[in-house]
Design a protein around this ligand. Sequence first.
Ligand SMILES: [Zn+2]
Length: 286
Amino acid sequence: MLKRQTSGEVACLSCRQQVSVKETRCPHCGRKNPSLWGYAQTLQQFGLDLGVVSLITWGCIGLYLVTLVADWQNIGMSGGFLGFLSPSLASLVAFGATGAMPVFALHRWWTVLSATWLHGSLLHIAFNLLWVRHLAPDIAYGYGAARLLIIFILSGATGAFLTSGAGEYLTGFLRGAPLAVGASGGVFGLFGALVSYGHATQDTVVRKTGLVYALVGFVYGLLVPNVDNWGHFGGFLGGLLLTQLPGFHPLQPEKQWHWLGAVVLFLLTVGSVVFSVVHLWLLARG
Ligand SMILES: [Zn+2]
């Protein structure tokens, strides 16, 4: 499936200028290994996001189906549209839901990585994936595919971290979620990245678009019950701050370490889902 190119030219993975596939360093942007050992062309067939958007989409859909099937007798169908086809709470917790309960009561702190890929209902996953598919290709265009994945994963984690902390330490109106799942922290991180992109390139339209998306999202969250506002806010803040770092300036091309970071973060995420299940199994065995 992965075809390796051994001769000719290829678009550099970072700056997209043509380079020889044998080049060890891109003469245009300085990126090491610009052809990714000859695999760049295969990845580029997926588009500018190099398959990251599909990875997020199918990762979420796959895990949603798994959490449904794992406890199919307790699939929720009530609560109107918002609750239609909901995996059971037990199933969501088992596969790595985050929030004050898992993080503080069960000490499952790694769930800040897994929860982004889990969803509470059909409408929940549909909404989030519509946003991912609408926005992530633009972020890949602006920042590159590896940085897109880093931004998505890390802002999902900052959202999960903030809502878990607010769920444990704040009360009343300000209380965070006892239990939280969903990609919206990552999506709000993409809003933050959009704001940074507009700022860095002095494109006020892009900056305003990012701000308006975030604002509409927050207002929606305040009006609709059971929306994880801390998760949204934390995701937005995470995406915004991360993309202020020097390594995330959109006008500087991606480097090899971005890819290394993206792969490591993704593997840690897969590990966090697997370990969530193993951990609960070990707990149940006593
Ligand atoms: Zn280059």
